[in-house]
Structure formats: C-alpha cells, structure tokens
Design a binder for this molecule. Structure first.
Ligand SMILES: Nc1ncnc2c1ncn2[C@@H]1O[C@H](COP(=O)(O)OP(=O)(O)OP(=O)(O)O)[C@@H](O)[C@H]1O
Length: 247
C-alpha cells in the first residue's frame, strides 16, 4: 500500500490555477524527486501532500498514522542569538539526548551538538535540519529545495547523505529541486511538473523525454552520467533477459 496517494489534484491560489490533474503515489522506501521550473507548483504540491493546503478538486489519502518529516528550504536564525545545535533540536519539544545524538549521526553531523548554530557551514546547517526531521521517526522525508545555497559538490554530498538516511531508517523521500542532474542521480523516480505532470520515470527515462527536454533543454545528459553512481539495478537486467528469452 502507498504511504500517500494523491488523485487528480487541482489547486488554485486565488484565481490562479497552479495544479491541474496531478496524481502521484509514494511507496515505502522510494526516493522520488519533483523537478520543474520556477512557479510550476512544486512547493504547492508538497503542501497539498502534507495537508497544509486543501485542494479544490481531487483527494489525498495518507496511510493511517503517517509521519512526515519536513526539511525546509532554509531557516533563518538570528545570528546574534546564541543557540547550540542541541538546544535547537530540543525546540519546540524536549527530546531524548540519545535520540538527538543518534539523529545527528544519521544526518552526518555526529559530534556537532555543542556547536553554535551560527557557526555551522551551509551543508552542516542543512544536515542539522535533516537531523531534526529524522527525530520524529518519519515514514516520509520531504525536502523542499533543501540544497539552496550549497555549491554543486556540497549538494551532491547532501543528496548522498539523503540516500544514506534512507538506508538507515528506511523512510521514503520526496524532494523538490531544480538542480536537475545532481538530484536526479539519487532518485528512483523523477516527476517533471509544470502545473500538470509532464513526464515521469527513472532519471534516465525523464532526462530523455521530449517534454522534459522542452522545459530544460538537452544539456543535462552528460552531467547526469557524471553524477550517477552505482545503484543495484540487477532486476532490470533480469527483466531484459526474460524478455529476450520470450521472444
Ligand atoms: N500563498 C500564495 N498565494 C498566492 N499565490 C501563490 C501562493 N503561493 C504560491 N503562489 C503562486 O503559485 C504558483 C506556484 O508556486 P509554487 O511555490 O508552488 O511553485 P514552485 O514550483 O515551488 O516555484 P519555485 O521553484 O519558484 O519555488 C506561483 O505562480 C506562485 O506565485
């Protein structure tokens, strides 16, 4: 059963229709990325899935008791406000110190608990936000442009961290990005959104799709190959062989 299942979503902000006929389901453990140009409705769709916005048409079904961990685009903390990572993790509710330690480890920032938030690098800061999302033991992690402000190697490292988190805690991941080639390499499935779903599939399928190329051009193929790293796709080969044998 899907963790979350959205069917035929239509959403308008005021009179402006932002989403139309959008259907998408997320299964346990999947990493799915939504890509799309600015203003294509990506953040709106995440907010509809979380339940922060109610669609005018269509329905969202969430598995009973579903826990969603949300990593925001960025979070501004007043640099003059002294607050350590540990204190930050205890807002708004106190958490178990061992759980906080474990979440920092899973997010790749073990041992940073006593640092000042203001002294973290961009990549460390995003990992602390990730640790805070992990603390709630989410079934789904949702990340909205979580690598904004990181350079390309920093973003690539962050997405590898996300894959490690998925392996560690077994959550599904739904993320939004327009850093196409970097983010796509970490995804099982990519959904190309422009108010409606233009195309979807594996990163390879989407980057070759005409609708995707129309939106983003053709220059991303090589970069995708560059960032692609080994995934276990043995089942694809099996499938291929069976297919050949049947012919
Ligand atoms: N609260 C709001 N009130 C009115 N219009 C809104 C609101 N939020 C978003 N919009 C409009 O809805 C459209 C989609 O916005 P949304 O933030 O979902 O897109 P996005 O794909 O996430 O964009 P970006 O990549 O720029 O973050 C935009 O035209 C935006 O101006």
């Amino acid at each position: 059963m899907s963790l979350i299942d959205a069917r035929h979503i239509e959403f308008s902000h005021g009179g402006q229709r932002v989403l139309q006929g959008v259907s998408l389901a997320l299964d346990p453990g999947e990493i799915v990325t939504i890509v799309g140009p600015n203003g294509s409705g990506k953040s709106t769709l995440l907010r509809v899935l979380i339940g922060a916005l109610t669609p005018q048409k269509g329905a969202v079904t969430r598995q009973e008791g579903l826990r969603i961990g949300y990593v925001p685009q960025k979070l501004h903390i007043d640099p003059t406000l002294p607050i350590t990572v540990n204190r930050f993790l205890n807002l708004p509710h106190p958490v178990d110190p061992d759980a906080a330690k474990e979440a920092l480890r899973t997010a790749g920032v073990a041992g940073l608990g006593t640092q000042q938030m203001s002294q973290l690098s961009g990549g460390q800061f995003q990992r602390v936000l990730l640790a805070r999302a992990i603390l709630g033991k989410p079934d789904i992690l949702m990340l909205d442009e979580a690598t904004q402000g990181l350079d390309q190697p920093g973003s690539a490292a962050f997405y590898r961290q996300i894959e490690a988190v998925r392996r560690d805690i077994g959550c599904a991941v739904l993320m939004v990005s327009h850093e196409l080639h970097v983010v796509m390499s970490a995804s099982d499935r990519v959904i190309c959104l422009n108010g409606h779903i233009c195309c979807e599939g594996t990163p390879e399928v989407v980057s070759a799709a005409p609708a995707y190329r129309e939106l983003f051009g053709t220059g991303t193929g090589g970069a995708l190959a560059l960032y692609r790293h080994d995934h276990d796709h043995g089942h694809d080969h099996d499938h291929h062989h069976h297919h050949e044998a049947a012919e």
